[in-house]
Design a protein around this ligand. Structure first.
Ligand SMILES: [Zn+2]
Length: 49
């Protein structure tokens, strides 16, 4: 299954330029992933803090 999260607030590491998620954002992402329907292949979810 693929989940696309829109409007997610990401930070970019100043040293390695990787995109990183704050802990609070990561927890919200996990919540969203736990409630999205498991029976469709593609979900688009708008991230709301
Ligand atoms: Zn880094």
């Amino acid at each position: 299954m693929i989940v696309i999260l829109k409007d997610i607030p990401v930070l970019q590491c100043g040293r390695c330029l990787e995109y990183i998620l704050e802990d609070s954002v990561m927890r919200r992402v996990e919540e969203i992933l736990s409630i999205v329907s498991q029976d469709s292949e593609l979900q688009v979810v708008r991230f709301a803090a």
